[in-house]
Design a protein around this ligand. Structure first.
Ligand SMILES: [Fe+2]
Length: 196
């Protein structure tokens, strides 16, 4: 009996170490958040506040946002950026549960709150059946979007982007907005994997 209980203990311990090795997210202290938000909101197209949208943009479109460049460079050189995604969730809408198709070998992004992220959670899910594969639709620009139906997943945890965070894009995730305002964030994706 003693031996069995030890084995169980060991298994539990191993699992928690594995989970720690790949956390779903980790808050980081990124400077100049208020300044970044002010500049991005000033230049944000009005349309993006009305729709739930993921738009990938070349880093050069953000290069004149000085506080963003300075903040990112506390993590990585600016020229290590692969692209920056502008992600909006419209009022009273939900980002479909998905995994990011192009981040398989480089799972973590640097997510930065821009507007209304302290009242609208990011949510991580686990698959009810680990062998379940995501469904795929192809978007107008040709990129695939891998998503799960709500009955394929159950909520694992949720958190509020009250500060910047490294975010595991390979765990099924979504963002919920039950407020009357848009939720806006940017997600910086690097050429070389983030390690922390
Ligand atoms: Fe995503």
């Amino acid at each position: 009996m003693v031996a069995i209980s030890n084995i169980r203990h060991l298994k539990t311990k191993q699992k928690s170490i594995a989970q720690l090795a790949t956390p779903n997210y980790q808050y980081i202290d990124l400077p100049k958040l208020d300044e970044i938000s002010t500049v991005i909101m000033r230049y944000l197209p009005e349309d993006i506040k009305k729709y739930t949208v993921f738009k990938s943009l070349p880093e050069k479109q953000f290069a004149l946002c000085k506080p963003l460049v300075e903040a990112v460079e506390t993590i990585r050189p600016w020229n290590d950026i692969y692209y920056i995604a502008m992600i909006a969730v419209a009022p009273h809408d939900k980002m479909p549960t998905h995994i990011d198709w192009d981040m398989k070998d480089n799972p973590y992004s640097l997510n930065i709150p821009i507007f209304n992220c302290d009242k609208t959670p990011s949510v991580f899910y686990k698959l009810k059946d680990e062998n379940c594969k995501p469904k795929v639709v192809y978007q107008d620009h040709g990129d695939p979007f891998y998503y799960y139906e709500s009955d394929q997943t159950e909520e694992l945890e949720r958190f509020y982007l009250t500060k910047a965070a490294f975010f595991n894009t390979q765990v099924p995730h979504s963002a919920l907005n039950t407020t009357d305002k848009a939720r806006i964030m940017i997600s910086v994706r690097f050429k070389t994997p983030l390690k922390f």
